[in-house]
Design a protein. Sequence first.
Length: 66
Amino acid sequence: MEIEKAYSDKDFSLKILARDLDVSTQQLSEILNEKTGKSFNTFINEYLINEAKLLLIDDPADLSIQ
């Protein structure tokens, strides 16, 4: 997730990640819930929020929260 930043693709989904990892969507969902205690959406949203925080910290003059 950190290297390719797939989460930043607006079309990224559980189905796409499961396909890339060669597991079923149900298996991936269960793994995420078991290992992180989070749903796929929560897992991805945390990456998006952290990326936004970094961008705002690095260049706050040119960016807004919107």
